[in-house]
Write a protein that binds this ligand. Structure first.
Ligand code: PLP
Length: 392
């Protein structure tokens, strides 16, 4: 049976050229970048070249890019160091951020001097900008706003420019988690006027265990991981040279083919929306996910009008790998907090949310198989519900 992978928001298949670039480094550049001999200097040169190339893609200076192990670490670094080093005593965020942001901010909230305010989420899953403005204007405390660019479960996109200009006006730092949007959209960090951004390579056909954080020049944050002082004292630990080179390669490939791939993915998502609507009229889309122009084109969040906790297994029997929500923490099929924040409890108890996430390696045939499987599952469920009502 052919296996179909539709869980690209969890992680992606690595591009063969990325693997090749990494293997080359593993074989030929095994030096420690901190060593002063030739092996170390060669490794260091690869890192600095990657930093320069990556910075160029986001229109920032190489001095503003710091390599980390993941999106999780990048988000932790920003949030924790803003409190520790910048005197931030108020964090403004939302309830639909990734768990690594939610949990880190919850820890900050336990500190005596930090308050956390959560922006209202509208019924379509977007941030209530008026509420954000009200919150920001309500206090002069030193504030960090942390709001993600693209939601990893429903695909809603934040209006970054609007939020960053509001933060500017109100003198607040602005951090955005760009883990799901980087490499799928052209992001000019300078023009977007943001202070911090987080990235993770495994979401765009790069390797796992490597990411970066963008820190606007001259913001004096310090390390949360201390030791040998690598990454200009901001992140200690021997550099993951092949990971950094792999991430650089994956980003270069993504941006070289951005237009072509965006068109392909938009077509694939539109095809999926139409096919699902035609074959399963009972289906609905979560957040802004069904609106192709206003949501992440790599992600479609759907819901079926019945509760089926085993749907993941049923789809897997048909060869389809899909997620029922965020797969970042555990395999649990519990309805995610993001979906829970969109619907009342009675609705949650009677729906099955599913996250379909695409990559350039998916085809329309993959979508056809998914739609047919979901159609059969839906018919079976609706028939059994009908049967119960006739019997009773
Ligand atoms: N932020 C978002 C929006 C994500 O989707 C993820 C992973 O799913 C992360 C952060 C965490 O990134 P990493 O897997 O590199 O720790």
């Amino acid at each position: 049976m052919k296996r179909i992978y539709l869980d690209n928001a969890s992680t992606t298949e690595m591009h063969p050229d990325v693997i090749e670039s990494m293997v080359d480094v593993m074989k030929n550049n095994y030096g420690n970048a901190s060593s002063t001999h030739i092996f170390g200097r060669q490794a260091k040169a690869l890192i600095e070249m990657a930093r320069k190339n990556i910075a160029g893609l986001f229109n920032v200076s190489p001095a503003e890019i710091f390599f980390t192990s993941s999106g999780t670490e990048s988000n932790n670094l920003v949030i924790r160091s803003c409190v520790k080093d910048l005197g931030v005593t108020r964090i403004v965020t939302s309830g639909i951020e990734h768990k690594c942001v939610v949990e880190t901010i919850a820890e900050m909230e336990k500190l005596d001097n930090v308050t956390v305010e959560r922006v209202k989420i509208l019924s379509d899953g977007s941030i209530d900008h008026n509420n954000l403005e009200e919150i920001l204007k309500s206090s002069d405390n030193k504030t960090l706003v942390s709001l993600m660019h693209a939601n990893n479960e429903i695909g809603n996109l934040l209006d970054i420019e609007q939020v960053s200009s509001l933060c500017k006006e109100q003198n607040a730092y602005f951090h955005t988690d760009t883990v799901q949007s980087i490499a799928h959209y052209k992001l000019d960090f300078k023009a977007m006027d943001i202070d911090f951004a987080s990235c993770s390579a495994h979401k765009f056909h790069g390797p796992k265990g490597i990411g970066f954080v963008y820190v606007r020049r001259s913001i004096p944050v310090h390390a949360i991981i201390t030791g040998g002082g690598q990454e200009r004292m901001l992140r200690s630990g021997t550099e993951n040279v092949y990971g950094i080179v792999g991430m650089e390669k994956a980003l270069q490939l993504a941006y070289a083919n951005l237009e072509r791939d965006t068109q392909y993915l938009r077509e694939l998502k539109s095809y999926a929306i139409e096919a699902l609507k035609n074959k399963i009229p009972e289906i609905a889309f979560n957040g802004k996910s069904g609106d192709i122009d206003n949501s992440l084109h790599t992600l479609l969040s759907i819901r079926l009008p019945f509760k089926d906790n085993l749907i993941g297994f049923e789809l897997e029997l048909n060869g389809i790998a899909i997620s029922q929500g965020s797969a970042c923490s555990s395999g649990a099929s519990k309805v995610s907090s993001v979906i829970q924040s969109l619907f009342p409890k009675e609705v949650i108890e009677n729906i099955t949310p599913l996250r379909v996430s695409f990559s350039i390696y998916n085809t329309k045939n993959d979508i056809d198989v998914l739609v047919e499987s979901l159609k059969k599952i839906t018919e079976k469920y609706l028939q059994s519900i009908e049967q119960v009502s006739i019997d009773s």
